[in-house]
Design a protein around this ligand. Structure first.
Ligand SMILES: [Zn+2]
Length: 418
């Protein structure tokens, strides 16, 4: 095969060459989001209350200085990306100058396939040792000509894409990563036609790529909403169907029915202006589902605001401080309103109507995941959002068959066609 050897000092194992501008990983620390929304960092031995991102980043900077971690070139600013999807957090030190900030820089940066592989490998395996997906061993060697690893235990070969949303895709990471960047930063979403034209993949491939990336955008945090003194807004809405059947008017909401409409339930945790949402689809007769979602998601003793819908009437007797607004009479009563979640609905509807034209109920949850992700990550910059998605691409897979409901014909059902 004639592969070149890249021997590193640690164990004589080969790995892809370190390329200029590649991020260096400071390390991985394990953290546990608590029900209160605080973050218990096991390795830092401290509990950080929300918003903890800045405080944790500060602590990591101190540690870097304390242990004199070599970040080259040392004169450059270092920023720390704290990826915070589920139960563990990886802290990445990135050379701010070297990491792209705009889409144009990202396209240039990701044009090098070797660098993309290195970046993704570093994100997946922060200790620098790829794990064999077959036998879970770490003794591997990198075949640089073929850009794959070979397990030295079971002799199987694997690529960096295996076990991630990129698995079995013939599209190179140099196109995948700009696609992740695009969807993470497009405020009103991005259609498969736009990705098809921007990246030179077929529209069908673009459609599949976007749905896979939406899977990575799905929030899997078990963090609860609310808490004593905190405020959560709840509301339901209907999305889809013909545009002329859409009613902004709350009084008409839900009473119009309409073919192809999907009932959607949402919660918004206000958190002093840094609000977060959790959105999901619910069946047509949604009363019990909505109550279950509230019971499972919201801490007791939370100030819970809703409209006057009868479903929410019993929340007061279940340990929530429930108050509601009568939309027929007024929309705001002091702090009691649901304007936060209603703003989110209008954002969501604008995206779906403006960019995706129509979305079948079958795929609705994917678009909800996408829009919720961007909303919850809105305080970061484009690079932050890109890295947040990249932190979640491993361990998630969706096949074309599953996406399309087995038959190829059904790829047309999302309104964008093939
Ligand atoms: Zn193996």
């Amino acid at each position: 095969m004639g592969t070149r050897r890249h021997t590193n000092r640690r164990g004589g194992l080969r790995k892809p060459p370190k390329l200029p501008g590649s991020p260096s990983i400071f390390g991985e620390f394990f953290a546990l989001p608590l029900r209160s929304g605080a973050l218990h960092t096991k390795s830092l031995g401290k509990v950080y209350s929300p918003p903890w991102r800045g405080a944790v980043a500060q602590r990591m900077k101190e540690l870097i200085a304390e242990y004199n971690v070599d970040i080259s070139p040392p004169s450059r600013r270092v920023i720390i990306y704290l990826t915070h999807p589920a139960l563990s957090c990886k802290v990445l030190c990135m050379n701010k100058k070297a990491f792209p900030e705009t889409f144009q820089q990202a396209v240039i940066y990701f044009s090098d396939e070797d660098l993309c592989i290195r970046l993704f490998a570093d994100l997946r395996w922060p200790d620098g040792s790829p794990v064999c997906p077959n036998c879970a061993q770490k003794r591997t060697s990198y075949l640089s000509t073929r850009r794959i690893w070979k397990c030295l235990e079971c002799k199987k070969q694997f690529s960096v894409k295996v076990g991630s949303i990129f698995e079995e895709s013939p599209i190179p990471l140099s196109k995948w990563l700009p696609a992740v960047w695009l969807i993470g930063c497009a405020k009103n979403g991005i259609s498969s036609y736009e990705v098809h034209r921007a990246l030179g993949v077929t529209q069908k491939s673009a459609w599949f790529m976007l749905h896979r990336i939406r899977l990575a955008m799905q929030c899997q945090s078990f963090e609860k909403f609310g808490g004593s003194g905190e405020t959560v807004e709840v509301d339901e809405t209907y999305i889809g169907g013909l545009a002329r059947n859409m009613h902004r008017n709350k009084r008409a909401k839900g009473r119009t029915g309409g073919v192809g409409k999907q009932a959607v339930f949402g919660l918004l945790d206000r958190r002093n202006g840094k609000s977060r949402v959790k959105i999901q689809t619910i069946p047509e007769a949604w009363k019990n589902d909505a109550l279950d979602i509230i019971r499972n998601t919201v801490e007791k003793d939370t100030n819970l605001y809703s409209d006057e819908h009868g479903t929410y009437r019993f929340l007061g007797s279940e340990g929530f401080n429930h108050a509601f607004v009568r939309h027929a009479e007024f929309y705001v009563d002091g702090a009691v309103h649901t304007n936060g979640i209603e703003n989110f609905w209008s954002l969501l509807k604008r995206t779906i109507k403006g960019t995706y034209v129509s979305v079948e109920p079958f795929h609705m949850f994917r678009y909800l995941d996408e829009q919720s992700f961007r909303f919850n990550e809105r305080f970061g910059n484009d690079a932050d959002r890109f890295l947040s998605i990249m932190a979640q691409v491993a361990g998630r897979r969706v096949t074309y068959k599953k996406l399309t409901g087995k038959q190829e014909d059904q790829t047309q059902i999302n309104g964008e066609g093939i």
